[in-house]
Write a protein that binds this ligand. Structure first.
Ligand SMILES: Nc1nc2c(c(=O)[nH]1)N[C@H]1C(S)=C(S)[C@@H](COP(=O)(O)OP(=O)(O)OC[C@H]3O[C@@H](n4cnc5c(=O)[nH]c(N)nc54)[C@H](O)[C@@H]3O)O[C@H]1N2
Ligand SMILES: Nc1nc2c(c(=O)[nH]1)N[C@H]1C(S)=C(S)[C@@H](COP(=O)(O)OP(=O)(O)OC[C@H]3O[C@@H](n4cnc5c(=O)[nH]c(N)nc54)[C@H](O)[C@@H]3O)O[C@H]1N2
Ligand SMILES: [Mo]
Length: 706
């Protein structure tokens, strides 16, 4: 396949981002010399974000791991020696085999992976299959999205979904806890198109994000109080008679109960006190939202994202916000409704045939990935963790309560394997480091969580050095463990076929018909193909929710059966100054720590041009809070709480409200002055629904360094 004349290869951006761009790579004499957004894919529109535009700098980075290593220094020190694949694989198989035979059994082995690649093959498939067959502990992959999914399931029975291609028709657009122009930039393009047709763009965010700055209206809500705002909007909508009674009567459960609750408990005055937004703003927001069809001649669209979920009440917040479109009947119209994720529309995004959960021994314990620190300190139920296998993740940077995570990783009796492309914070703690391929060096098949296209990624170049892809490593390990050949002697191309094969259970939601006509051959020949769903798709225009009642459950009998509040409600943050004044006396500032536009979580921090762009960790603080602490703009400060601290440069200004601070980006320890990052301060407590992470539910203090 690799020829001397320059040729083009179609690839897919593998990163954890809703946009899953289609890429075109130019290869010359076996080397990728150019990479750009595919102009023929309508959603990608021929442009890439500032990070992936530099993807080749990652691929050919001088620090790419190219051969297996074994540790020769202390854990955390980062001293390694080159070994052969034979030695590396034998060591791992021998250690896993011995642990599986030990009295505590295979659950002493903890696999740890997240979204280094979103591909169905390299991000799922044989990796899961291997650890399921081994009987290792299961990992609850909660670090990002589970609170929101759980919240959506209560109200809608599926993820809040609007066909992104229809967003240009919306006339009131709300970015709710969503930094769309940064984290979902191709949807932002559609929002701007809608604005040219008269749409108004509103952003609800405690931080004046790039998106907030580019919006028509920014509402600087107090962190963790979004459910209260949504309930206040409902109060106003019912009071003013802006609701859609017909939609409520025909397609919803519990409209009257919800109305009683918001009339009684969520007056704009009360909501104003919780959210710190003025009463007038709450009323104006409700009006713009509910009267968009009449006044702005098009429906209302909410881009609901992850920022507002990373709080103690994050699940309930999403459950509550996803009630709003039903209240005003927004689901009836193309472009109307709320979008969290399109992934629920794609059959293979939950395909057990690739991962084989049926192989898991009954009674296997599950470890919540947010609580890696606790797991490594033996504080969770079940056998102690004696071995850790990390791939597609960098927990020594991205995991909350980082001091405890690092202390756990430093345990001398823990056997740690890390399969990585780069020497990250996590590889420093590994006993064995395995070199991984990048997206240009392996096969994959991708859906997306921000559009409706399926794509195949073809390898453009040969693996660098001795790098191997995830599926290959699990094949080799399975061989050494003596696992069934039928389970693991499966090529990547066969796995792609399996992913696209018809499901055995027809009629299952999402519908298999979505794949009709989408074949491996067509994907290879034609590039991205849209799922077989109608244009202007409005799945809830006539109800058909995926809840047990088939209705939009404003009142949830299933929550009631679990002994939980069946109606939407405001659940305060775990670390809430209003309800925990004594904690707030020591740590008075609520800190959010969303991604830096130059980075993708902790990925790309080691690409020099992007890191230069981000410069160094900063903390944005309101002038009143800075004055009180004697902090001036540009000064070095320490941000801390009981869990730990990190150093940052103060950016003083009105980009946050008093009582709130913001820091951007998950830095690698080697690129910060003190070797720390924001996750030194974040907590491993979980959300109310879904067991999710609460990164932004974090009280801190800020003090000048000198
Ligand atoms: N460039 C870039 N793109 C990315 C990523 C990246 O790291 N870099 N990460 C990818 C991943 S893994 C994900 S999950 C998505 C995340 O996509 P988003 O959800 O858009 O990401 P965040 O920036 O974490 O959060 C959005 C905004 O929520 C705000 N926020 C924090 N707390 C609250 C709150 O209580 N209420 C409200 N209303 N807002 C709040 C934050 O200040 C932030 O500006 O983006 C993906 N895309
Ligand atoms: N404070 C704070 N913390 C956060 C967040 C935040 O906003 N604030 N965001 C959270 C969110 S939303 C998420 S999703 C998590 C993300 O957590 P992770 O999924 O761990 O994300 P990354 O930091 O991107 O690390 C992924 C790693 O996988 C590696 N990798 C990429 N491709 C491959 C491959 O093919 N094979 C192998 N073996 N490795 C590969 C990359 O080199 C990279 O080091 O972080 C969370 N942490
Ligand atoms: Mo995420």
């Amino acid at each position: 396949m690799i020829t001397q004349a320059p040729h083009l290869v179609r690839a897919v951006c593998p990163h954890d981002c809703p946009d899953t761009c289609s890429l075109v790579v130019t290869v010359k004499a076996g080397r990728a010399v150019d990479l750009r957004g595919n102009p023929d894919h309508s959603f990608t529109g021929g442009f890439l974000c500032q990070k992936v535009a530099r993807y080749l700098e990652r691929v050919y980075h001088p620090e790419r791991l190219q051969w297996p290593l074994k540790r020769v220094g202390a854990k955390g020190e980062g001293r390694f020696e080159r070994i052969t694949w034979e030695e590396a694989l034998d060591t791992i198989a021998r250690t896993f085999g011995a642990l599986a035979q030990s009295p505590d059994g295979p659950q002493t082995i903890l696999p740890y992976s997240y979204a280094g690649t979103m591909g169905q093959l390299q991000g799922g498939s044989l990796g899961f299959r291997f650890f399921h067959r081994l009987g290792a502990s299961l990992l609850d992959r909660t670090i990002c999205a589970t609170a929101g999914i759980a919240g959506c399931l209560v109200t809608l029975g599926t993820r809040a979904f609007v066909d992104p291609d229809t967003v240009v028709k919306a006339r009131t657009i709300i970015n709710w806890g969503s930094n769309t122009s940064v984290t979902n930039s191709h949807l932002w393009v559609l929002m701007v198109k809608a604005r040219r047709e008269g749409a108004r763009i509103i952003t609800i965010d405690p931080h004046r994000s790039r998106t907030a700055a580019r919006s028509d209206w920014w509402l600087p809500i107090r962190p963790g109080t979004d459910a209260a705002l949504a309930l206040g909007m409902m109060h106003v909508i019912w009071r003013e008679g802006w609701h859609d009674q017909d939609y409520l009567d025909r397609f919803c459960l519990g409209g009257d109960e919800l109305r009683d609750r918001v009339e009684r408990d969520y007056s704009p005055e009360k909501v104003s006190a919780i959210t710190t937004l003025p009463v007038k703003d709450i009323e104006d927001l409700a009006r713009l939202y509910a009267t968009s069809r009449e006044e702005r001649r098009g429906p209302s669209f909410i881009r609901l994202n992850y920022g507002l979920q990373r709080h103690g009440g994050g699940g309930m917040a999403v459950r509550t916000i996803t009630c709003l479109p039903a209240l005003i009947g927004a689901w009836r119209y193309p472009g109307g409704g709320a979008l969290l994720s399109t992934s629920g529309q794609n059959p293979f995004l939950r395909d057990d045939r690739l991962t084989r959960p049926d192989l898991v021994p009954p009674g296997t314990r599950t470890v919540n990935m947010v609580q890696l620190g606790e797991a490594l300190h033996g504080e969770l139920a079940g056998p102690p963790v004696r071995a850790l296998y990390v791939w597609n993740s960098n927990p020594a940077a991205v995991c909350p309560n980082q001091h405890r995570v690092r202390a756990g990783l430093a345990r001398t009796d823990l056997f740690t394997v890390v399969h990585e492309q780069f020497p990250t914070d996590t590889t420093r703690y590994a006993d064995i480091v395995l070199p991984a391929t990048t997206q240009l060096e392996h096969w994959d098949i991708h859906g997306a969580y921000g559009h409706l296209y399926v794509q195949i990624n073809q390898p453009a170049i040969a693996p660098l050095g001795e790098a191997k892809c995830n599926t290959e490593v699990f094949r080799l390990l399975a061989q050494r463990m003596g696992f069934e050949r039928a389970l693991f002697d499966v090529s990547d191309e066969e796995l792609i076929r399996l992913a696209l094969d018809p499901l055995e259970a027809p009629g299952r939601y999402p519908h298999q018909e979505a794949f009709e006509g989408i074949t491996r051959e067509r994907l290879l020949e034609e590039g991205p193909l849209r799922l077989n769903l109608p244009l202007d798709y409005t799945p809830f225009a006539h109800g058909h929710f995926a809840t047990p009642s088939g209705k939009c459950e404003l009142f949830s009998p299933s929550l009631e059966a679990r002994g939980l509040d069946p109606l939407p409600a405001y659940v305060p943050p775990h670390e809430d100054p209003q309800t925990h004044p004594e904690l707030a006396r020591r740590y008075p500032l609520q800190m959010v720590s969303p991604p830096h536009p130059s980075f993708l979580n902790s990925t790309f921090v080691n690409v020099p041009s992007l890191r230069e762009d981000a410069r160094e960790p900063i903390v944005e603080i309101h002038p009143a809070d800075a004055l009180q602490r004697g902090i001036h703009h540009g000064q070095l400060v320490r941000v801390f709480n009981e869990r730990g601290g990190f150093q940052a440069r103060a950016v003083v200004g009105p980009t946050v409200q008093p009582g709130v601070v913001a820091t951007l980006g998950v830095w690698w320890s080697r690129y910060t002055a003190d070797g720390m990052n924001c996750n030194m301060t974040t907590s491993s407590r979980l959300t109310d629904l879904g067991g999710g992470a609460t990164f932004f539910d974090n009280l801190v203090q800020v003090a000048p360094l000198e």
